[in-house]
Design a protein around this ligand. Structure first.
Ligand code: PGA
Ligand code: ZN
Length: 428
């Protein structure tokens, strides 16, 4: 039985307001959660409600979403007997009643949904990952660490948003994190020696001005070697260029560097040449969300060789994913809780992906908080890989630290994923 639902405005890692919500159950069990926020958002994401009052936080306040929780949601849920996450989220979805959660806001529904998961986990005295999905054995995910930031996440000249390292040849998550951190620090040394800027972007990766986008990959390979690892064997590369941000309606504009414009086919050729040259195992949003045709061609060209993750194009939405499955777009899906707005729908999307052999890549947002729900979800889903930032910034590290604790707690019931966690690992 639900005793209390309560929310307030707090801050995210960019210093913008976000929603924190609590759920208290009749037995005294308590759960709290905070909502993350994206910068390079997909058009079909569930709606993030912002106040628009220019006198507060440049219009970015979330007091409406907060009062939607404290009034409407609280009134509807308090005193209610709710047995399961599905039943709870169904109430939230019905209360909102719109296809993209625009009435109450996904940033109102999601933290309440997450807080309920936590309250239930306390009530049942099980860790959150078990509350989300009960298994005997769990897979610890490969941490794909975003060590160079560009695009909308940094004020540098890189058009592509994320350059990640994936330390997969490790015996445990703990060892993988160590490999990743050693490489991150080696990269800092290399940047410094070359006279490059070593400040970081929104997700904690370095944000230097480089001569080309490709130089970012070259520098990362150099840092993997400098840290004592073998590129491709121990640590591979994952990319999220966030191509939707480059799409100008008909072509891809290199808006931060050369101002060059590329046809879809030219961009596909560029990805093919990079994948031939470099140990790249995963490409997310290699095409823009409005370039469905380009996405199909990309999948035809490379879908048997590497993992192609759809982020903006799917928005963690089961209906859009189904369309992608039917039309052979991508072979993996990015999972972000706040793109769809409830825990249950997120799990539904994961289930649908699994059923059709699409891998799932669990993800933070560029605007994050110290909330570590994502870490438990990544373990619960057995998805085998996640991205939650580089080797610094505590809102990113909080998730890695939570995963270290989960691995310790699971003991022999935890197995670290390996390279095979990447779709088409054996065909590369
Ligand atoms: P966002 O970026 O959180 O700013 O949307 C993350 C991503 O594109 O994967
Ligand atoms: Zn993305």
């Amino acid at each position: 039985k639900i005793k209390q639902v309560k929310a307030r405005e707090v801050l995210d890692s960019r210093g913008n307001p976000t929603v924190s919500a609590d759920v208290v159950l009749e037995d005294g069990s308590f759960g709290t959660a905070m909502c993350p926020s994206g910068a390079s958002t997909g058009e079909k994401e569930a709606v993030e409600l912002r106040d628009g009052d220019q006198h507060r936080y440049n219009g970015k306040g979330v007091l409406k979403a907060v009062s939607n929780i404290n009034d409407e949601i609280s009134n509807a849920l308090t005193g209610r007997d709710v047995e399961s996450q599905e039943a709870f989220d169904k109430l939230l979805i019905e209360l909102d009643g719109t296809p993209f959660k625009s009435k109450l806001g996904a940033n109102a529904l999601l933290p309440v949904s997450m807080a309920f998961s936590r309250a239930m986990s306390h009530s049942r005295k099980v860790p959150l990952y078990r509350q989300l999905y009960e298994r005997r054995d769990y897979i610890m995910p490969v941490p794909c660490m975003n060590v160079i930031n560009g695009g909308r996440h940094a004020d540098n000249n890189l058009d592509f948003q994320e350059f990640m390292i994936a330390p997969h040849n490790a015996s445990s998550f703990r060892e993988a994190i160590r490999m990743g951190e050693e490489t991150f620090h080696a990269l800092k040394g290399i940047l410094k020696a070359k006279g490059y800027y070593t400040g970081v972007g929104d997700e904690g990766g370095f944000a230097p001005n480089l001569s080309t986008n490709e130089e970012a990959v070259e520098l990362i390979l150099e840092s993997i070697v400098k840290a004592g690892y073998d590129p491709g064997k121990d640590i591979s590369i994952c990319l999220d260029p966030a191509a939707s941000e480059m799409w100008d309606g008909s072509k891809y504009l290199f808006y931060k560097s050369t101002q060059q414009r590329m046809e879809s086919s030219e961009l596909i050729s560029l990805w093919q040449s990079w994948v031939t040259k470099y140990p790249i195992v995963l490409l997310e949003d290699g095409m823009g969300e409005d370039d469905w045709q380009g996405w199909k061609q990309l999948t035809q060209a490379m879908g048997k060789n590497i993992e192609l993750v759809g982020d903006d194009i799917f928005c963690t939405n089961p209906a859009i994913l189904q369309k992608g499955i039917d039309e052979r777009v991508a072979n993996s899906i990015l999972i972000k809780l706040n793109q769809i707005g409830t825990v249950t729908e997120t799990l539904d999307t994961i289930r649908l992906a699994n059923k059709h052999g699409y891998h799932q890549f669990l993800s933070h947002r560029s605007g994050e908080t110290e909330d570590t729900f994502l870490a438990d979800l990544a373990v619960a889903s057995n998805a085998g890989h996640l991205k939650t930032g580089s080797g610094c910034r505590s809102e990113r590290i909080a998730k890695y630290n939570r995963l270290l604790l989960i691995e310790e707690e699971l003991g022999v019931a935890a197995t670290f994923a390996d390279g095979e966690t990447f779709k088409n690992w054996n065909n590369k």
